[in-house]
Ligand binder design. Structure first.
Ligand code: TYR
Length: 285
């Protein structure tokens, strides 16, 4: 089974990047695109984010073998409802959401005739919208695919080949496990960035100007992450609630231990942790 026509629903950073990447790397694959926002559709047409930008979601999906929902996790069900009436039974429906278990369950319920195979390209930037996409976004990135037991192997393989064609490396994973892994590697780090930037801006005795001026000390990297799309990240935390709360519980315990070590002047605890974390960084790069 090969895919020759892909519908992209949602033309922001990820949807737009998929369209541009297909045009560049999979020239035999046609794309249609749709976005609920008319201004985004106009901009998408100007940038050529898909071969055809459609006026309705139904027009976009009718002839596609693969439909990819590229909307915030909280808008996934509305996107599924927008395509439901025009979706040909047996069409593969995937998504790009950062949390997988609840999204997959909801899509399967809303689109009973579709072959639902959730996926998460672990790629992005702090930018969003139809001007943010670029064709190399997925190159050398992971795409985690989380099929359930009902997904036909040929469809999983077709989706895998599609993502590999865009330069990604595909890993198959259980959705609940995905959500726990991403809670610790992505969701909580984003939460920490949001928190520290918020804390800095609320301090009475340090001005906003000073925070910006001296941000080279580490703060700057947090501000990049904290500039990420607010709607998308609100939805990620609500959708991956269980895994996020579990990891957050561990994180706050560990933070309290460091707080105590600092208060007690316990340099050994601090040093041991910092040495361990440096080794982790050095094994990544
Ligand atoms: N926000 C991340 C960054 O800018 C990218 C990213 C975000 C990747 C969400 C995956 C994801 O699910 O580095």
């Amino acid at each position: 089974m090969t895919i020759s026509r892909v519908a992209i629903i949602g033309l922001g950073l990820i949807g737009g990047s998929i369209g541009l990447a297909v045009r560049e790397m999979l020239p035999g694959v046609a794309t249609t695109g749709w976005d609920a926002d008319a201004a985004v559709r106009r901009r998408a047409a100007e940038r050529g984010l898909a071969g055809t930008i459609c006026e309705t979601a139904g027009d976009a999906v009718r002839e596609a073998e693969l439909v990819i929902l590229c909307v915030p996790v909280g808008a996934m069900n509305a996107a599924a409802e927008a395509i439901a009436a025009d979706l040909v039974p047996g069409t593969i429906v995937s998504d790009v959401g950062s949390s997988k278990r609840r999204v997959g369950e909801a899509l399967a319920k809303t689109l009973p005739g579709a072959v639902v195979i959730p996926a998460h390209p672990v790629a992005g930037t702090e930018n969003s919208g139809p001007d943010a996409g670029f064709p190399e976004l997925f190159r050398h990135r992971w795409c985690i695919v989380t099929p359930d037991h009902t997904a036909p192997p040929a469809a999983v393989e077709a989706l895998t080949q599609f993502w590999e064609g865009l330069g990604a490396t595909v890993e198959i994973m259980d959705p609940a496990h995905h959500d726990l892994v991403l809670a610790v590697t992505s969701h909580i780090p984003h939460l920490i960035a949001y928190t520290i930037v918020g804390t800095a801006s609320d301090l009475e005795d340090v001005t906003r100007g000073e925070v910006i001026k001296y941000s080279a000390g580490g703060f700057r990297d947090f501000t990049r992450i904290a500039a990420s799309n607010p709607t998308m990240w609100r939805d990620v935390f609500l959708s991956n609630r269980d895994a996020v709360l579990e990891v957050l519980g561990r994180f706050t315990e560990d933070l309290s231990l460091l707080q105590r070590a600092i208060r007690d002047g316990d340099g050994e605890t601090l040093f041991d942790l910092f040495e361990r974390t440096r080794a982790i960084r050095r094994s990544i790069i």
